[in-house]
Design a protein around this ligand. Structure first.
Ligand code: NAD
Ligand code: UDP
Length: 318
């Protein structure tokens, strides 16, 4: 794909060596983009982008978005994904999360402003907190405890959305905001601490799956290829408002655990652990805006996506 200056389009992906970012880098490269992947490798890894390092047009820059970004040359698109994302990190990486959402977002926006690039913020369903409206549509303002354990992540992303909108209003930067719901797939860090990698790690080790609380809380899990398609469509759309990207197929955590046990023929069963503070009771996206503005809807049902994830782990069943 060529830009106005006749060269291949050039995109910056902050957090590009992470789970979602590495899939996004691969997708953009496959469309002929040149891609700068900027990552401090704190929760991501070089191995996620290992195969991309051989490709012409791919560049990995190890840097922290909380410092001003030193990326030279033209830029057409900035995808800002850099931030720790696992609830398991909300205490240990609290300050990093707040800094990535605030200073990190400002630096990525400044780069977009300087180069005239479009800017997309990877925001989150966590801006809705423990929602009192179900399913969650974009007009819902949320139920967030700013001093709760999850507050560092939720408020960092809410601030990032406000800053992004301010750069659009004040400086005319073309901005997009994706509110991403729980996403899973190949290349999630095995010790990331989130539900899907935990469950696969446990079942493949022959251990019981750790269900938090009674497992009755719900999540709507989205396969990563569907998310990447949504991100790319959103970037290219004319939709400046926040857009939910998630799979409305809602399951209890216990049902998801059971699906993984069934897929793997796991005999270890379930073991119950305390529910973390502030763990949302229900979560499911209303994707009416994404359908209308982007012509997007997820295509991969949970069972199929979990099966693909299992295959990527190269374990029994592959
Ligand atoms: P991830 O941890 O795999 O990826 C995050 C990447 O950002 C990592 O490579 C990490 O090293 C990098 N990073 C963190 N802090 C940085 C910093 N200060 N400077 C430079 N790089 C930094 O997580 P992910 O699941 O791929 O999430 C990517 C983005 O999508 C995050 O912004 C996250 O908040 C958002 N998101 C993800 C989900 C999901 O379910 N995966 C849901 C909602 C939102
Ligand atoms: N969860 C669980 N066992 C685990 C990890 C997570 O039961 O080993 C639950 C967690 O309490 C939450 C859901 O699974 O209700 C999704 O958790 P995750 O950390 O993936 O993301 P969240 O949706 O909480 O941001």
């Amino acid at each position: 794909m060529a830009s106005a200056h006749g060269e291949p389009r050039r995109a910056l992906v902050t957090g590009g060596a992470g789970f979602v970012g590495s899939h996004l880098c691969e997708r953009l490269l496959s469309e002929g983009y040149s891609v700068v992947c900027l990552d401090d490798l704190s929760t991501g890894s070089v191995s996620n982008v290992g195969p991309l390092l051989m490709e012409k047009g791919f560049e990995l820059v190890q840097a922290d978005v909380t410092s001003p970004l030193e990326v030279s040359g033209d830029m057409d698109e900035v995808y800002h994904l850099a931030s720790p994302a696992s609830p398991a990190d909300f205490e240990s990486r609290a300050i990093q999360i707040l800094r990535a959402g605030s200073e990190g977002t400002r630096h990525a926006l400044e780069l977009a402003r300087d180069t005239g690039a479009r800017f997309l913020l990877a925001s989150t369903s966590e801006v809705y907190g423990d929602p009192l409206v179900h399913p969650q549509h974009e007009e819902y303002l949320g139920n967030v405890d700013p001093v709760g354990i999850r507050g560092v992540y939720d408020e960092a992303k809410r601030y990032a959305e406000a800053l992004t909108t301010a750069y659009s209003r004040r400086y005319g930067v073309h901005t997009r905001i994706a509110r991403i719901f729980n996403t899973y797939g190949p290349l999630m860090r095995p010790d990331d601490g989130r539900m899907v990698p935990n469950f696969f790690g446990q079942v493949l080790a022959g251990e019981p799956l750790t269900v938090y609380g009674d497992g009755g809380q719900t999540r709507s899990i989205q396969y990563v290829d569907d998310l990447v398609e949504g991100l790319v469509r959103l970037m290219r759309s004319g939709e400046p408002r926040p857009v939910n990207l998630g799979n409305p197929e809602e399951h209890t955590v216990k049902e998801i655990a059971q699906m993984i046990l069934d897929l793997c023929g796991g005999a270890g069963g379930l073991v119950y652990r305390p529910l973390p503070e502030g763990d949302p009771v229900r979560r499911c996206p209303d994707i009416g805006r994404a359908r209308g503005s982007l012509g997007w809807a997820p295509r991969v049902p949970a069972r199929e996506g979990l099966e693909r994830t299992l295959l990527s782990l190269g374990q029994p069943g592959s």
